[in-house]
Design a protein around this ligand. Structure first.
Ligand code: SR1
Ligand code: MG
Length: 419
């Protein structure tokens, strides 16, 4: 039948016309439909039988434009193909951490999946000051397993290259190249400068050759380091959780890229939440929980990734990525330690870019954009620019994640940046 954009008025007919979805409903006599897409790209509908609320599905459809910018900004619908493939791969690698896929319709650029009714978007939970006790454990597992098992550390080289070739997500990578690594720093017309953010603060990221060269290094890495299958947009709006479970959603930006990009994305969003907390009332102990969670994610990821790696090497009959074992595993272990040190620096650098883009770029984060008091919001924005800037420039200097927590605390005490 070809592509047509669904609406709240037409999505039920679509669901009823697909046997795999229709079978989930005992009747279509009393259906509620809500469009809940709060992302920047797509439309998301929750379809529920009012008389039997367990009968519910989520329908997500890509439209041929960038939603945040409007219909005048064309964008291919191919992204749904990448999202579908990544959801399937992640379901194999981290079962129970991605929504169950009920139906995929490439022609309609649409998927239908499990409605995570018992879980909330993590960004909203952090804004509300609610702790998620299993979040760090779950996310470190997600990162370790998805990044290790899709890399050359685990896969046969030919299988890895085939996976890279199948994941060339040109359009969405271009969005990241432009909106994370270029536009925020070149005074693009697409930027959205917050009212009250001083020009002097903007200049610290746009008129500083050291910073711009460092950001360009991160962009180069993003474009050229096909290390593992990334989620590609792992911010706290792409994660749903409750006290017991964590789900990672929305992998439409998935592609083969540098591992540190996914790790840095989640850390950046926790540090943004930390800075934003300074402008919110409430439980004072919640703020340190955010940096502790970032620490636990990095440490958990590092430990789990190394465990998977050592275990995998142990099954390789004395041969690992470094080659045949001639020194009782010392070369292999030295490579592992160097690899993780380099990955840590990459993650910190990417986190810095992700923090700065959320201040001057078109796509904001509610943690900061939602701060009601303009002076308090501007202060947090300048703190985020100051911290992001240092993370990128000094990414090789951090020896431990606690040093980044210390930088977050120091940044949170800045009144203005530059002083
Ligand atoms: C135009 S920028 C839109 C942003 O939304 C997505 O969530 C990605 O972060 C992207 O950069
Ligand atoms: Mg998204």
């Amino acid at each position: 039948m070809g592509y047509r954009q669904l609406t709240e008025a037409t999505v039920v007919d679509y669901v009823a016309s697909v046997p795999a979805l229709a079978a989930r409903f005992s009747s279509f006599g009393a259906i509620d439909v809500r469009e809940v897409g709060d992302g920047n790209l797509n439309y998301v509908y929750i379809v529920t039988n009012r008389t039997a609320p367990d009968e519910t599905v989520v329908v997500k459809q890509a439209v041929p434009f960038l939603r945040i910018a409007g219909e005048s900004w064309p964008l291919g619908r191919q992204r749904m193909v990448f999202e579908t493939a990544a959801l399937r791969r992640h379901a194999e690698l981290v079962p129970g951490m991605v929504p169950e896929l009920f139906h995929a319709d490439p022609e309609m650029s649409l998927i239908a999946m499990q409605n995570l009714r018992a879980h909330r978007i993590v960004r909203g939970e952090l804004i509300a000051g609610r702790r998620l006790p299993r979040l760090a454990d779950h996310l470190s597992t997600f990162l370790a397993r998805t990044l290790f098992f899709t890399s050359d550390l685990h896969l046969d080289p030919a299988a890895k290259k085939a996976a890279v070739a199948a994941s060339v997500n040109v359009e969405l990578c271009r969005i990241t190249e432009d909106f994370v690594f270029t536009h925020p720093y070149d005074d693009s017309a697409s930027n959205a400068y917050p009212a009250g953010l001083r020009q002097a603060a903007i200049d610290t990221i746009q008129r500083d050759s050291e910073l711009r060269a460092a950001v360009a290094e991160m962009k180069w890495l993003f474009m050229n380091a096909a290390e593992a299958l990334l989620h590609g947009d792992l911010h706290t709006g792409s994660i749903m959780a409750n006290e017991r479970e964590t789900y990672v959603i929305d992998p439409e930006f998935a592609f083969y890229g540098p591992m540190g990009f996914d790790v840095g994305a989640i850390l950046a969003n926790l540090w943004l939440a930390f800075l934003a907390r300074g402008a919110r009332e409430g439980d004072a102990a919640f703020r340190p929980w955010l940096t502790e969670t970032a620490e636990a994610i990095w440490k958990g990821f590092r430990a789990k990734f190394l465990d998977l790696w050592r275990e995998s090497d142990a099954g390789r009959d004395g041969a690992s990525f470094v080659g045949r074992d001639l020194d009782a595993g010392a070369s292999a272990e030295a490579f592992r330690q160097r690899f993780l040190r380099r990955l840590f620096a990459d993650a910190i650098g990417f986190a810095g870019c992700k923090m700065m883009r959320r201040i001057v770029g078109i796509a904001k984060v509610a943690d900061i954009a939602g701060i009601a008091d303009p002076a308090a919001r501007s202060r947090v924005e300048e703190q985020a620019l100051a911290m992001g800037r240092r993370l990128v420039i000094e990414r090789h200097r951090f020896a431990a994640i606690e040093e980044v927590s210390a930088l977050a605390r120091a940044s949170a005490s800045l009144e203005r940046f530059p002083a």
